[in-house]
Design a protein around this ligand. Sequence first.
Ligand code: ADP
Ligand code: MG
Length: 456
Amino acid sequence: MIVVSDIWAEALSILSGRLQAISFEVWIEKLEPLCFTQNRLILLANSQSSKKTIENKYLDTIKEAVTEVNALITDVIIITENQKEKYLKEKDYIFNNELVVSNKKPVKDNGFSFSKKYTFDTFVVGKSNEIAVAAAQTVAEHPGGNFNPLFLYGGVGLGKTHLMHAIGNYIKEHSPHLKILYTTAEKFTSDFINSINQNKVNKSATAEFKEKYRCVDVLMIDDIQFWSRSTGSQEAIFHIFNDLYQNDKHIIITSDRPPKEIAQLEERLRTRFEWGLTEEIKPPDLETRIAILKRKAAGQNFFLTDDVAYFIAKNVQSNVRDMEGLLNKVIFYSSLTGSLVDSIQSAQEALRDYIQINKESIDANDIINTTARFYNVTPADIIGKRRTKEVVEPRMIAIYLIRDLLNIPLQSIGEIFGGRDHTTIINARDKIEDQLKSNSHVQNAVKDIKDMLYRR
Ligand code: ADP
Ligand code: MG
């Protein structure tokens, strides 16, 4: 049975990690889950104006989180009190072969609620992540012991947040007296800034802020690459870190890159973050990707054939979240059309639109525009003749990416770049190729631009 309040409670725990604390508290937490009508989740807002704001600013993020919780829910509708009757009339209906029963307020415990989906049991271990998982398990079993701080890094969608939740779930179950605080770097910074602003009216606001972070047994900070440069918040975390560390409290940090590549991090924090264990989570190999898909499908009671698992795993190589997205589309497609998706051919049919977007619809313009956006210059700068430092690197990277991703003849690339000679194009490409071997700044730029391109 799919219960509306359970779905919303899980979505809330995802959203609390993705939105700034203040937006989460003001807008999202106040929504009341009402019911499902067909595959839509209906949420009740407390006023017309909050409905408008939520629709404008947060609806996409909410939809994404809800679909992550259950792939069958494909839409979210925000309503106000006067529409309640109308939707409640439609509410009882058969959903995924089960009757939906709604109306139970989400149960919130005092601490952060970790997603029940993200446990050690649901995490597939392979060569790419075995050390990280072993370390995470050790920390979960003996918080305050070895590997303090635990610093896990790796690309988007490789399971960093999942492992943090797994540690959180484990500790909550086995050592319920321990206090765990999960936050993101962004949320930490915005909490900090809020406390400074509030301090003008409430003299103890910053003290309360520090107290909140200092009185925990385990502090988790997700996505530290989004750390702010603000010296105030670096100072705050420095003191919090020292306090916790000296008292054998555990600190767990994740990032998309190792500490030494987080440019905005003060040196004294960087060295501290490296005191414990710094471990990379790499993209899983084909075999592990297939095992992950099978486990995810089983979690949704979907029978995934070897062929379809292989087809999906082949198509997404470096991001488990994207791979899961494809699986969810297959599940949704088969429930919608009532057809079995059990062969490569039927999977191809179910994923036709998505896979094409990823592989074929990127053209030279997309690459130039995305590179320009990444470097904060204009597409004209990239194609143009200026040779200032700000535009030369983006230009070379755009050339490299066009050659790498599109396989267009050198001559044509030269034409796109204002009639440049093909040797110029070769030089640019070779230079970036060379820098990719050792220069982490260029490595990150190329990686981030590719991410942006494929996530359009
Ligand atoms: P990150 O925080 O590294 O960006 P997440 O932890 O959010 O990534 O993971 C993205 C999705 O991929 C989640 O649904 C997670 O459960 C799944 N995932 C990633 N790696 C694994 C794995 N080894 N086993 C099972 N699920 C995984
Ligand atoms: Mg994450």
